[in-house]
Design a protein around this ligand. Structure first.
Ligand SMILES: Cc1cc2nc3c(=O)[nH]c(=O)nc-3n(C[C@H](O)[C@H](O)[C@H](O)COP(=O)(O)OP(=O)(O)OC[C@H]3O[C@@H](n4cnc5c(N)ncnc54)[C@H](O)[C@@H]3O)c2cc1C
Ligand code: FES
Ligand code: FES
Length: 1354
């Protein structure tokens, strides 16, 4: 009887150790179980929603029917612990460590420099480890697929792929597979084919340089071999348990939920009859998100993951019936097997499904998400449902009333998340029929990112032709993503049925299709015109595919013309070997001196083993509380009342912290303006922090926060966009202005004048480690110990002291490491830390705050969106005579660093160009969106996009290449910036020329022109952009740094300095500096943490200046110590370092000292519009080529050549890592990442599900990095240059290459000259800008006649 169930102990294994738990809370996921209960903190929280892979672990189960053990990678954040009965979990700690033995997957990612901040590394390691358990000799495609569900925000992925490529039997080239040519001669993605097609002939160059003693970033010679005997064995007890056949129903009761895990179908049916509203939890990839992110509470859950009938696969001649409980990976295996064994004409549907399954989510999701779950969830953009429906599949359901078979057709999906299933019915199996003769099925999909992204629009289409003819006998078309559920287009089909397959029939169908699928202009999800265009594009692609098929079958005489075939071909996807070129150390440099050599990030190994401790990995302290924030739901409103009574009544809630609890300063001052820590009377954006709840556990704190009721009174005059701000003059002062020459005169001289504008959207930092902190009251003298993830611990220290009204010397901030920051952990972290400190102060207990990904995205702001408006005057030869540019940034509700950002925008807007008459003005607009803040590049990436777009427009006006215009206007010889700073652009020009040479751009222009002529629907584009980036802080005092160095009696050295390690390798470089200065091996040097009591009054780790400043301070300290030791060394020249140190101690020589670097006296006088705000410039140039599918906006960067002048690199592996990581972040900024706000100012994009950062699929197929040789820099340590930020802008080469490809498509459509093309160049913008005949058919609703789903351009 359901209801009287045994409360079984949960038995499973973690890393070979048995876990028996009688008391599991059904709301607990494996991730928190591992991290909090088992103290296995290697597995990380990155998003909590299956979208980032940081929490990847391996799940192994014994399959009784096959007698095999199945290993799969899973997202621990979505895996309910209650489902673990009989499973073995392996985490990063279980495979190796630095104390005993590393596993090769840990070692290789570290040695290949694939771990920067390291927060994603354990997840990467576990995805790769699981792949190797299943396939010890993978190929690159396996690796790429295994890592597709893992995001990294730091590295740009190239080093991770290179490190793991060492597991492949053959290198990344099919030719090396033992055969003379590609194993599959027709493989369009063969690297040899790609080289031929693209003219990317530098494979030979790569091979040459390797032979000629080219330096490599890591040695592949001494890597640990893969040794399967090192792997943990599957626990024999679990095999015995499974084979015993004794399975009992388990029930787990938590505070709010009861979870039943039945073992027989009858029992599930009974339970469902009793609890028809209870969900069936299988993969938990849908229901889990509802519970977590939408706050849905299901008091009763049925989880039949051990019911065998749900996993049965039955083959019949008519088709295959697959159990609804089978995972996507399972379904893929079954269908893949059938494709191998059945005749091809029978597997049309199977192959279409396989295509969708290959793109559906990442591996971790596919391993648990089930077929039945996908169908029943009835997502509007489910990838399977349109194909299942088009393919006439049938679902068998079971209930107390019996079994029935339901066709998955147009009547099956009845609304958002709803099907015709009755609440008490359970999906048992899905029948997938074989295709019949003359029948063809195709699947289509377009997503914001090529992989691991829900489709924007997808489709399944099936056609059956009359025997031996092109007359259509039957047709069915289903779309996803264009309505509340999967929708069909029966009238369109009717229009075509009975006619011959041809353009005529198709042309008649388009209009019908637009009428039949009438997406309203304010449809949820937005992108309305694009989505509608995609429905047409997919139909057109289907037409092309079938036309070609009919021609191949000889049914129609002529196949597609060459240029039309481009609508069929997939984009290239084969990775070519990457290449990095850097300079070796000077002859005679001692072997132990690590400066200038590629040295692994000093924490890379512990990051790869999960031993590296991040803030939230710190153990719970006695009596610790968790803090959860309550944020405003209104964009502009008066706070009438905060009712905390319901929250305080909840279990575990200890207190609610409001502004009244702040003993000291209730606000933070920046740029002369103030920002409240907690809103008191008024809120000015959604997401503003109003109060905070502290409770004994995180779930209790969250529940408490949700129970706080705030009453508001709406205030008028909300401002969201830059345009609204301009209209209402809602600006932060001061605005800035700069210029040289006389623009009025310059415009008069010009042959032509053009006025245009471009917008650049914001960008979320998406550091993988969300904002985290732990404040521990010292217990006496009002001391506070603050452990946090911050770029600027001294600022936090001072702010907390002010907030608590205590002296700064009572507050100690510790930063061990930061899991990525990118500018987002300076000001916002400080506010959060102050609030947490108030909670700790009031409660006198330790308080921890770790933001959820969604909270982090909502609260902490982003990169400033910018509107750039310009007027440019130029001569026929491309010489620009004058440019006048206005920049408006959307600063949000508080000034934060926005004035500094607009200043930096103007300090860079000349970029590489000596435009004689130049004027710029920049303004920070005050709006009712969350306050934007610093982000890598600090306004420069936005500023330069406008500049380069001006150049591009001039080129389009003159019909010349953009390089020609760039070269005609570049600085040459000793030059002056608009603010009259002298500089020599020689190295900038060298980077430019070197990039031109390396990329062979001249000849590729011709190749591309030919390609574009041959291909109507695919276009290639190429662009080469330069950068001149100023290093240092214009506020002189920020350029100073200090260090503290201790030498211990055993000869080991402890270095402390003011910089924070956030993945950029600062500590590693400091270790290299100390090693050189003290002439000792770097292994003797340790850096423990950044600590405000060790090195006080530090400056932020920002502005690409960390190494320059801290390096000099460390050098200074080490020089002092080395000089002190000189007499001892002289007395005993044969002695060892250790002996000298002991001697020095006996002779009472101090072995500890501080070092200091004053920094240059940089300044900027805005009144006079002149100054010397930078120490020097870092230069670079980048050339990118893309291939664009004009029908969908999908694109691929086929090749990137990037040349960077970074002086003499202190550590080429770290510097190249910074270049590649920044470049990829730039690719994200300019082509993918979109923040979307509702018309009332609510951020929609609050996680990796909605906000797409680049993944492995976005890495250029060929990525070549060259460090400019022969460059010196007298202004920085060891002649190096700052490199953290500059390369981010070079990602815009992809943007301009796309624009070039779009321009080519537009020429085919009869359009020429400049056109509107904003950043990011998403598939939506790119496809629509191509202006194909299909996009032109889509009716555009009159702006203002409807309310769009999202604010168009904040
Ligand atoms: C990060 C991420 C990426 C994703 N990407 C994609 C994508 O690209 N394409 C795509 O199509 N989908 C995607 N999904 C959605 C995913 O495929 C579905 O969530 C999944 O298939 C649902 O299956 P499940 O077993 O996890 O369902 P669960 O979450 O366990 O259950 C979902 C719902 O289905 C019901 N249900 C489940 N099984 C049965 C059954 N046998 N009988 C009756 N009701 C049942 C439950 O009651 C519940 O209401 C993604 C999901 C995530 C988290
Ligand atoms: S934390 Fe699990 S996927 Fe992001
Ligand atoms: S190293 Fe991958 S997120 Fe930082």
């Amino acid at each position: 009887m359901a209801g009287e169930r045994e409360c079984g102990y949960l038995t499973f294994y973690v890393n070979g150790k048995k876990v028996t738990d009688p008391d599991v809370d059904p709301e607990t996921m494996l991730l928190s179980y591992l991290r909090k209960k088992m103290r296995l903190t290697g597995t990380k929280y990155g998003c909590g929603g299956g979208g980032c892979g940081a929490c990847t672990a391996m799940l192994s189960r014994y399959q009784v029917h096959t007698g095999t053990i199945v290993h799969c990678a899973v997202n621990a954040c979505l895996l309910p612990v209650c489902q673990l009965q009989g499973a073995a979990v392996t985490t990063v700690e279980g495979i190796g460590n630095t104390k005993t033995k590393l596993h090769p997957v840990q070692e290789r990612i570290a040695k290949a420099h694939g771990s920067q901040c390291g927060f994603c590394t354990p997840g990467m390691v576990m995805s790769m480890y699981t792949l190797l358990r299943n396939k010890p000799q993978p190929d690159m495609e396996d690796i790429r697929e295994a890592l597709a569900g893992n995001l990294c925000r730091c590295t740009g992925y190239r080093p991770i792929l290179d490190g793991y490529e060492t597991f492949c039997e053959s290198p990344n080239c099919c030719q090396m597979n033992g055969a003379k040519s590609c194993l599959n001669e027709n493989n369009p993605n063969c690297c040899q084919q790609s080289v031929k097609e693209t003219g990317l002939a530098n494979e030979a160059e790569v091979a040459d340089s390797l032979e000629n003693g080219h330096l490599e970033l890591f040695s592949k010679d001494d890597l640990l071999p893969l040794d399967p005997s090192q792997d943990l064995i599957f626990p024999p007890e679990l095999i015995r348990m499974a084979e015993s056949g004794v399975q009992t129903t388990q029930t787990f009761r938590g505070e709010r939920i009861t979870w039943v895990s039945p073992v027989s179908l009858d029992e599930v049916v009974d339970l469902k009859a009793l609890h028809p509203q209870a969900p069936i939890v299988m993969g938990n990839t849908n229901i889990g998100l509802d519970i977590k992110f939408k706050g849905v509470l299901h008091p009763f859950i049925i989880s039949p993951t051990r019911v065998p009938e749900l996993f049965e696969v039955k083959h019949t001649p008519q088709g295959v019936s697959i159990g609804a409980g089978c995972s996507m990976s399972g379904v893929r295996a079954v269908l893949g097997g059938l494709v191998q064994t059945l005749p091809p004409e029978q597997t049309e549907l199977h192959r279409a499904l396989l295509q969708q399954l290959g793109n559906l989510a990442g591996q971790q999701i596919r391993n648990v998400a089930t077929l039945g779950g996908n169908i029943v969830s009835a997502y509007p953009n489910s990838d399977l449902n349109p194909v299942l429906a088009a393919g006439n599949c049938r679902l068998t359901v079971v209930s107390k009333g019996g079994t029935r078979e339901i066709p998955i057709n147009k009547d099956f999906f009845v609304g958002f998340g709803k099907t015709v299933l009755n609440p008490d019915e359970i999906a048992l199996s899905v029948f997938i029929p074989v295709s019949c003769k003359g029948e063809f099925v195709r699947a289509f999909r377009q997503a914001p990112r090529k992989e691991n992204a829900l489709a924007t629009v997808n489709a399944g289409m099936r056609v059956r032709f009359h025997d031996g003819s092109s007359a259509v006998e039957d047709l069915s078309i289903f779309y996803g993503g264009v309505g509340p559920c999967t929708v069909s287009a029966p009238k369109t089909c009717q229009q075509i049925i009975g006619r011959l397959w041809g353009e005529e029939a198709l042309n008649a169908a388009y209009q019908m299709l637009l009428e039949e699928i009438p997406l309203p202009p304010s449809a949820p999800g937005g992108k309305v015109a694009f989505r509608r265009a995609l429905t047409l594009s997919f139909l057109f692609k289907f037409y092309l595919q079938m036309h070609q098929k009919l021609a191949e079958m000889g049914v129609i005489a002529e196949g597609l013309q060459q240029d039309m075939r481009s609508g069929l071909d997939p984009l290239p996807s084969h990775f070519l070997p990457s290449y990095q070129e850097f300079q070796g150390v000077l002859e005679g440099q001692p072997g132990q001196d690590p400066v200038g050599r590629p040295m692994m990030h000093r924490s890379a190994l512990s990051q790869a083993t999960g031993e590296a401790v991040y803030c939230d990995d710190m153990p719970r302290t006695e009596g610790e509380l968790f803090l959860s924030l309550v944020t405003s739901t209104k964009a502009h409103a008066k706070i009438i009342n905060i009712d905390m009574s319901a929250a305080l009544a909840l279990p575990g809630v200890v207190d609610v912290i409001t502004t009244k609890d702040i003993p000291g300063k209730k606000f933070r001052t920046f740029s002369g303006l103030t920002e409240e820590l907690l809103a008191e009377e008024e809120v000015t954006c959604v997401g503003q922090i109003v109060c905070a709840v502290v409770a004994d556990t995180k779930p209790h704190a969250k529940q408490g926060a949700a129970a706080v009721k705030i009453t508001y009174e709406d205030l008028p005059d909300r401002v969201f966009t830059v345009e609204e701000a301009i209209e209402k003059k809602s600006f932060f002062e001061p605005q800035r202005e700069i210029g040289r020459g006389d623009v009025t005169k310059g415009f008069k001289m010009a042959d032509q004048i053009y006025e245009g504008e471009i917008r650049i959207g914001g960008q979320e930092h998406f550091y993988m480690e969300t904002q985290s902190m732990l404040v521990i009251p010292g217990g006496e003298d009002k001391e506070m110990n603050v452990y946090l993830s911050s770029q600027h611990p001294s600022y936090v220290q001072d702010s907390i002291a002010e907030t608590l009204d205590i002296p700064s010397n009572r507050v100690t901030c510790h930063v061990k490491r930061v899991g990525g920051a990118f500018g987002g952990k300076v000001t916002k972290t400080t506010i959060l830390a102050c609030i947490t400190a108030v909670a700790a102060w009031k409660t006198e207990r330790s308080v921890r705050l770790v933001l959820e990904r969604g909270e982090d995205m909502l609260i902490t702001g982003a990169r400033h969106p910018v509107l750039g408006q310009y007027k440019v005057g130029f001569m026929r030869d491309g010489q620009i005579t004058a440019a006048d540019v206005k920049y408006y940034t959307n600063a949000g509700n508080c000034v934060d660093e926005s004035v500094l950002v607009i200043e930096k925008i103007l300090l860079h807007f000349d970029n590489a160009y000596n435009i004689p008459n130049l004027h710029g003005r920049s303004t920070a607009c005050q709006t009712n969106l969350p306050s934007n803040t610093a982000f890598r590049g600090f306004g420069v990436p936005q500023s330069l996009l406008v500049t380069e777009n001006i150049i591009n427009d001039v080129a389009l006006k003159l019909g010349r290449t953009a390089e020609e215009i760039r070269e005609a206007n570049m600085y040459r010889g000793p030059s002056l910036t608009p603010y009259k700073m002298e500089f020599d652009p020689e190295n900038m020009l060298r980077c430019w020329e070197e990039c031109k040479r390396r990329s062979s751009i001249q000849s590729r222009h011709d190749d591309i022109a030919q390609f574009n002529q041959r291909n109507h629907w695919k276009k290639r584009g190429i662009a080469l952009v330069p950068i001149k980036y100023g290093i240092g802080f214009a506020e002189s005092f920020l350029n100073q740094a200090a260090a503290l160095v201790h030498i211990f009696l055993d000869g080991t050295v402890l270095v402390s300095h003011g910089g924070a390690e956030m993945g950029q390798g600062l500590h590693t470089k400091m270790q290299q500096v100390a090693s050189r200065e003290l002439c000792i091996p770097s292994s003797l040097i340790h850096i423990s943490e950044t600590n405000t009591h060790m090195v006080p009054n530090t400056c932020p780790s920002a502005a690409s200046f960390g190494t320059d400043a801290n390096g000099m301070a460390v050098k200074d300290a080490c020089e002092t110590l080395y000089t002190r030791l000189e007499p001892i060394r002289k007395k005993d020249p044969e002695g060892t370092w250790q002996s000298w140190i002991q001697k020095a101690f006996l002779e009472k020589i101090s072995l500890s000292t501080t070092g200091y670097y004053r920094g240059l006296d940089l300044y900027m006088d805005w009144e006079k519009q002149e100054g010397h705000p930078y120490a020097y410039f870092t230069y670079g140039a980048c050339c990118c080529e893309v291939e664009l599918d004009c029908l969908t906006g999908d694109y691929r960067t086929v090749r990137t050549d990037l040349v960077m002048d970074i002086g003499r690199s202190i550590n080429p592996s770290i510097d190249i890592g910074q270049i590649e990581g920044a470049f990829m972040q730039g690719v994200g900024l300019y082509t993918m990442e979109e923040l979307k706000f509702s018309p009332s100012g609510v951020l929609y994009t609050r996680g990796p599900g909605q906000y797409k950062i680049p993944a492995i699929c976005d890495v250029p197929l060929q990525l070549n990095i060259y460090l400019l040789p022969g460059s010196q820099n007298p202004h920085a340590i060891y002649s190096s240059k700052g490199i953290g930020e500059p390369a981010l802008f070079l990602g815009s080469a992809v943007f301009f290459a796309l624009k070039d490809a779009v321009a080519s498509a537009r020429r085919d459509a009869g359009l020429s000259g400049p056109f509107e093309f904003n950043s990011p160049a998403t598939p939506e913008r790119t496809c629509l800008a191509c202006a194909s005949h299909l996009t032109q058919m889509v009716p555009i609703s009159e702006p203002g006649s409807f309310q769009p789903w999202a604010i168009e351009s904040p």
